[in-house]
Design a binder for this molecule. Structure first.
Ligand SMILES: NC(=O)c1ccc[n+]([C@@H]2O[C@H](COP(=O)([O-])OP(=O)(O)OC[C@H]3O[C@@H](n4cnc5c(N)ncnc54)[C@H](OP(=O)(O)O)[C@@H]3O)[C@@H](O)[C@H]2O)c1
Length: 360
C-alpha cells in the first residue's frame, strides 16, 4: 500500500492526513498539533474556515517552512468553501480569505464543504438557507482551478445523486468527495460510484469521532469484530479502522491533538488486514455519526435529514432510551436496519416503519 493515492489531476494525495476540526480547543492547541504532526511525518493537513483556526494553522505552516522542517511543495493542504460563499461571485473571496489566513499562494485541494447554501455572513441555520445552485458554484470553482489557486477541486458531503448531477455538468470533474467513512459507515454505494467515475474518496471521521454524541461512546472502535481483528494483528482498533480505509481505496483524515495517538494513526503502513478478516467488516452495524440534524427545519429546505443526504438513514443513534438497558434497546433496530439495507426501497420503508414502531 503506497503512502499516497493518485487523483484524476495526476497529483498525489497522501493516504493519511491530519484532521483539524478541534472544536473549542484552546488557542495554540491546533498549531502545536499541526507542527508535531508534520514533524512526525504527516504531509496532508485538512483545513476549513468553518473550524475557525486557519490563521493559527497559517502561523504554524510559516514556522514549519522557516524552521526547514518541510517545503511548501512537500505538503498537501486541503481547505473548503463554506456555505455563505456559494454564490459564484463570492467563491473567489472564499479561497482568498483561506489563502491569506493559511499564508499560502495555492491550495492542493479546495472542496465545496457541504451542499448547503446560506445567506452571506449569516449563521448557517435553516432560516438562513438558500436553495443550492451547484452548477453555478462549480463553475466558479472551475475558474479557481484554471487560475492555479486550487490545484484540484472537489466536494464534500455529496450523496450519490448529488455526485451524478455534478458529474453531468462538470467541465472539470471533481477530484475528491470528502465524506464520512469508516467500518461503521462504509458508504459502499457511493464508493462504487466514485470509483467508476475516477473520483477519490477521502474519509472524514475515520475513527467514527469516538465520544461524540452520534457515536455512542467509543462507537465502532469497541465493536467485537474490530477489536478481535486488532488483537489478531497486534494493532489498535484505531489502526485497524484506518488501515481498513486504505485497503478500501480511500485516504483517511484522523484528527488528533495528542502526539502519541497521531503517531499511532500514521503507523498503518508495512502491514495489512488479510482478505478473510477484511470480509468480516461487512457484518459491522452501520451507524452514521454525523447526521446533520442542524440542517432540518419544518419550513426549511431540508425537512428531514433524509432530504439532505438523499437516503434513508438509521434513526436510532439519536434515540435516548428510557430503559436501563440502552444498548440492547438500540441494537434491535440496528439488526432491522442491516436487513433493511439489503432490500429494495419499498421493503426498506417497511422496515423503517417497523423500526420506528419498535423505538416508540
Ligand atoms: N468535510 C466535512 O464535513 C467534515 C466533517 C467532519 C470532519 N471533517 C474532517 O475530518 C477530520 C477527522 O474527523 P473527526 O474529527 O470528526 O473524527 P475522528 O478523526 O474520527 O475522531 C477524532 C477523535 O478521535 C480521537 N482519537 C484520535 N486518534 C485516536 C486513537 N488512535 N485512538 C482513540 N481515539 C483517537 C481524538 O482525540 P484526541 O485529539 O484527543 O487524540 C478525537 O476525539 C476533522 O478533524 C476534519 O478535518 C470533515
Amino acid at each position: 500500500m503506497a503512502e499516497f493515492f493518485v487523483l484524476n489531476t495526476g497529483a498525489r494525495i497522501p493516504s493519511v492526513g491530519l484532521g483539524t476540526a478541534t472544536g473549542k480547543a484552546e488557542p495554540g492547541v491546533v498549531g502545536a498539533a499541526v507542527y508535531a504532526a508534520v514533524k512526525a511525518g504527516y504531509r496532508h493537513i485538512d483545513c476549513a474556515p468553518q473550524y475557525r483556526n486557519e490563521k493559527e494553522i497559517g502561523l504554524t505552516l510559516k514556522k514549519l517552512f522557516e524552521d526547514g522542517v518541510v517545503k511548501r511543495e512537500d505538503l498537501f493542504i486541503t481547505s473548503k468553501l463554506w456555505s455563505g460563499n456559494h454564490a459564484p461571485e463570492d467563491v473567489p473571496e472564499g479561497i482568498d480569505t483561506t489563502l491569506e489566513d493559511l499564508q499560502l499562494e495555492y491550495l492542493d485541494l479546495f472542496l465545496i464543504h457541504t451542499p448547503i447554501r446560506s445567506k452571506k455572513g449569516a449563521i448557517p441555520t435553516p432560516e438562513n438557507f438558500l436553495p443550492v445552485d451547484i452548477p453555478a458554484t462549480w463553475g466558479a470553482m472551475e475558474k479557481l482551478y484554471h487560475s492555479g489557486k486550487a490545484r484540484a477541486i472537489g466536494v464534500s458531503n455529496f450523496s450519490c445523486k448529488r455526485m451524478e448531477d455534478l458529474l453531468a455538468i462538470a467541465s472539470v470533474p471533481p477530484a475528491v468527495n470528502q465524506v464520512e467513512s469508516h467500518p461503521g459507515w462504509q458508504q459502499m454505494k457511493l464508493r462504487e460510484l466514485c470509483k467508476s467515475k475516477g473520483v477519490h474518496i477521502s474519509a472524514y471521521s475515520p475513527l467514527g469521532k469516538p465520544g461524540s454524541p452520534g457515536s455512542m461512546g467509543k462507537g465502532f472502535l469497541s465493536n467485537p469484530i474490530v477489536v478481535s481483528v486488532a488483537e489478531k494483528l497486534q494493532k489498535t482498533p484505531a489502526q485497524v479502522a484506518l488501515r481498513w480505509g486504505l485497503q478500501m481505496g480511500h485516504s483517511v483524515l484522523p484528527k488528533s491533538v495528542n502526539e502519541t495517538r497521531m503517531k499511532e494513526n500514521l503507523s498503518v503502513f508495512g502491514w495489512s488486514i488479510p482478505e478473510d478478516l477484511m470480509a468480516k467488516f461487512s457484518e459491522i452495524p452501520q451507524v452514521k455519526t454525523l447526521r446533520a440534524e442542524f440542517v432540518v427545519h419544518p419550513q426549511g429546505i431540508y425537512k428531514t435529514v433524509e432530504d439532505f443526504w438523499d437516503a434513508l438513514l438509521p434513526i436510532f443513534c439519536l434515540v435516548t432510551s428510557p430503559f436501563p438497558w440502552p444498548r440492547l434497546h438500540l441494537l434491535a433496530p440496528v439488526r432491522l436496519l442491516q436487513q433493511a439495507s439489503s432490500g429494495d426501497l419499498p421493503q426498506r420503508i417497511d422496515h423503517l416503519q417497523g423500526l420506528r414502531e419498535s423505538i416508540r
